[in-house]
Design a protein around this ligand. Structure first.
Ligand code: NAP
Length: 280
């Protein structure tokens, strides 16, 4: 049994943060592994981010996750940023090291790729072209994950052309920017389609995308998890595609963070899935 003496505290820092499912996930693992500790909400306004991060070692907190709006801003306040997080341009996990310094990591990338592998263990990034819709913060983690997994042909389309263009320039020749008007046709020959926009999220209209050019064997993923089945995934399922929702990414990004703080790499069990699903 791991570390009976130590009480380990971690949490999620964001503003607003009350809606976060992360406490349900991490506290489930703490109980499952009979660890002493807790994972709490850390509501921190943007102007207090630096002070809040610097307080982590003083309060004896092992580290925290970061969510909206802190993922990019926190880069400047930590003592080191792992190269992967540097490329993504955002950190979602902070580890307080033994000497009190702060290390910034990004586990969203791992979470996304692992969610595809959980849904389709034989999935390979080099199986064919990938269409990525959206060029916001989450798209950067998805892009880096696909590139590092071996993708060679990524078609990136975004409502605002400039962001897709700049991101394609930044990530090199394997990423090609596609005009928003051409997004439907760009699905031809794709082995993977991923929605990284907020379209289809609860309260937002469905993603405006026709699937008729998408090959029937393509995997369709949406990183949104509220609702768990977006209109895009419902349409893809109706066409016979294997679909992956954003819950797998959320659960898998939490695993390496939990391991960093609590020393155990946790699993996604049916009990955990049921517990998180019950919060929707
Ligand atoms: P973001 O940086 O604000 O990016 C939003 C993206 O959505 C941009 O590409 C934006 O395009 C696009 N968009 C917004 N309104 C649109 C519209 N009407 N039509 C077409 N595109 C539109 O947000 P983010 O942090 O990347 O998050 C995006 C989504 O991913 C959210 O739904 C979030 O919940 C989800 N997410 C899930 C996980 C997970 O663990 N599963 C993790 C992170 C994020 P423009 O550039 O044109 O504005």
């Amino acid at each position: 049994m791991a570390n009976e003496q130590r009480y380990t505290l971690a949490g999620i820092m964001g503003w607003p943060v009350a809606h976060s499912r992360s406490p349900v996930i991490h506290n489930h693992w703490i109980a499952q592994h009979h660890l002493r500790g807790a994972y709490v909400l850390l509501p921190v306004q943007p102007e207090n981010l630096q002070a809040a991060l610097r307080s982590l070692p003083l309060l004896g907190i092992a580290g925290c996750n970061l969510t909206i709006p802190h993922k990019v801003a926190a880069l400047q306040w930590v003592d080191r940023v792992e190269p992967l997080a540097q490329r993504i341009g955002a950190i979602n996990t902070i580890v307080v090291e033994a000497d009190g310094t702060l290390s910034g990591r990004n586990t969203d990338c791992y979470g996304y790729i692992q969610s595809l592998l959980d849904a389709q263990p034989a999935w390979r990034a080099d199986a064919g072209a990938a269409a990525v819709v959206g060029a916001g913060g989450a798209a950067r983690a998805v892009l880096v994950g696909l590139l590092d997994s071996g993708a060679t042909d990524i078609r990136l389309t975004n409502r605002s052309w400039g962001k897709a263009h700049d991101m394609a320039q930044e990530f090199g020749p394997k990423v090609q920017a596609i005009a928003w008007a051409d997004r439907h046709e760009a699905l031809a020959d794709c082995a993977l389609l991923v929605n990284t926009t907020n379209q289809g999220m609860h309260g937002e209209p469905p993603l405006d995308l026709r699937l008729d050019r998408l090959p029937s064997q393509a995997l369709v993923s949406d990183i949104i998890y509220v609702p768990m089945e977006t209109p895009l995934l419902a349409a893809a399922r109706a066409r016979g595609h294997t679909v992956v929702n954003g819950l797998g990414m959320l659960l898998n990004q939490a695993r390496p963070a939990f391991e960093a703080w609590f020393g155990v790499m946790p699993d996604i069990t049916p009990e955990l899935l049921a517990k998180v699903t019950a919060t929707f």
